[in-house]
Design a protein around this ligand. Structure first.
Ligand code: SAJ
Length: 426
């Protein structure tokens, strides 16, 4: 790839860009590049998604502030189009792969979508700069390089977006760019300079970028596990985790995260597994953190069962409302939500289950109906709407007044309720 010609094509906005994978990562990137004046093609195997994007309709669950209107505009103005056809990659200057890299039932990387994408682009990749944004296990970029042309211009620039703030993250998060060669790293940086605002790009090699991305989420998983461990300690010893946490955090350099009913989402639940899949020796601390976080939905359900017992209600006679379906506060994203595991376990215990979530279509009716004649409610996500709920009034709707809070949303036990809170032994 001729570096000068490539830089000139960025400068003149004449570079043809194909983004493979129109999900949470690829679609915002395609829109942002089109918004900068590039001619962008979004490629996806899902015909419905391609159909929606090509007429400017926002196809994702995630509620985003600016992106749906931007999508409409760039499609109407002819800067962004969508297709299922890999032949679109012909003459592309840049091909950016943003497909999911989940784990399978054995917790090993499931690269079906990645290998399909690489196979699809292979014959067109000779003249292009190829960038992989998908999170990868260490040494995967090397495998991608082997599948493409010798001397391919390749970089791994792991995504750092999160739902609810996709465009903001894309523009303002510092980015790590792993160049397969030094030149590929520089060229990828030149591309990202077109979309970022007031932030830094750090160029390194592919392995460092792969480990760095997986570890930043493994780090967060361990931090959350530590907060969950503190919740267990406080519950056992009769203290209040929310107060202890606040006091610990007054010590400089400490930042205890928030305990909760488990870790959801598409990133934290699998990135540790991607990282350790490349290791010969087990990474014990990371594995313990995963085990702690994966056990949290069980603890949440145990609190419900304990509260029902205290209220003398048999689980088989109980209807329980789960407050939230989304895994993340203030969003409609339900991927890997602990709410689903809480539901499964409550049903297994014999309970009937209802959901209410002000952010998720299909579950956002109204809280009055959601709590009408139920025996218990459990808060699993700290949506801002739940902070101001008047439980004294809501209790009048319920058949029995049983409330479980796993997020520190309800600070005082409401009058007349059997109330249990994660991490509060008093
Ligand atoms: N969680 C807790 N306690 C906390 C923080 C989170 O239990 O103190 C739980 C959440 O409830 C959720 C899960 O962990 O179930 C994940 O939460 P998250 O805030 O980390 O959100 P994600 O999964 O959307 O993470 C993304 C990640 N971004 C990418 O992988 C690109 C992560 O690296 C970011 O730190 C995070 O967003 C963020 O802070 O926005």
């Amino acid at each position: 790839m001729k570096s000068e010609r490539f830089r000139a094509s960025l400068e003149s906005k004449e570079a043809k860009i194909v983004v493979v994978g129109l999900g949470y990562v690829g679609l915002p990137l395609a829109i942002a590049l089109a918004d900068e004046g590039f001619r962008v093609w979004g490629l996806d195997v899902c015909e419905d998604r391609v159909g929606a994007v090509s007429v400017g309709d926002w196809p994702l669950w995630s509620q985003e502030l600016d992106l749906p209107a931007m999508l409409k505009r760039v499609v109407e103005d002819g800067y962004l189009d969508a297709t299922t056809d890999y032949a679109t990659c012909k003459d592309a200057d840049v091909i950016i792969v943003c497909v999911p890299t989940p784990i399978n039932e054995h917790k090993d990387p499931d690269y079906e979508a990645l290998w399909d994408a690489i196979t699809g682009i292979a014959e067109y990749a000779r003249k292009a700069l190829v960038i992989i944004e998908s999170t990868l296990a260490p040494y995967t970029t090397e495998g991608v390089a082997q599948m493409l042309w010798p001397g391919v211009s390749l970089a791994h620039c792991p995504e750092r977006v999160s739902p609810g703030a996709l465009l903001y993250n894309l523009r303002h998060m510092p980015r790590i760019i792993g160049g397969y060669t030094a030149e590929a790293g520089e060229l990828a940086a030149a591309l990202y300079l077109q979309v970022i605002r007031d932030t830094e790009l750090y160029i390194t090699d592919c392995l460092t970028a792969e480990i760095g991305k997986a570890f930043e989420n493994a780090y967060r998983d361990v931090q959350i596990a530590l907060a969950n461990e503190l919740a267990k300690i406080c519950q056992d010893l009769g203290a209040d985790v929310w107060e202890v946490r606040e006091l610990v955090n007054t010590c400089p350099g400490r930042n205890v995260l928030m305990p909760g009913p488990g870790v959801g989402g598409a990133c934290l639940t699998k990135d540790t597994w991607l990282l350790v899949s490349a290791l010969g020796e087990p990474a014990e601390l990371l594995m313990t953190a995963r085990a702690i976080n994966e056990a949290m939905p069980v603890q949440a359900v145990d609190l419900v069962l304990e509260a029902l017992r205290q209220a003398k209600i048999a689980p088989a006679n109980a209807t329980v409302t789960i407050l939230a379906v989304a895994y993340r506060a203030g969003t409609s994203d339900v991927r890997g939500s602990p709410a689903i595991q809480v539901m499964t376990r409550l049903i297994k215990a014999g309970c009937d289950v209802r959901f209410y979530d002000p952010h998720v279509d299909g579950y956002n009716g109204d809280i009055v109906t959601a709590l009408d004649e139920v025996d218990a409610a459990i808060i699993v996500t700290d949506h801002p709407e739940f902070a101001g709920l008047n439980w004294r009034n809501l209790g009048n709707l319920m058949r029995h007044r049983v409330l479980v809070d796993t997020r520190g949303v309800v600070r005082e036990a409401p009058d007349g309720f059997v109330f249990k809170a994660l991490g509060r032994g008093r």
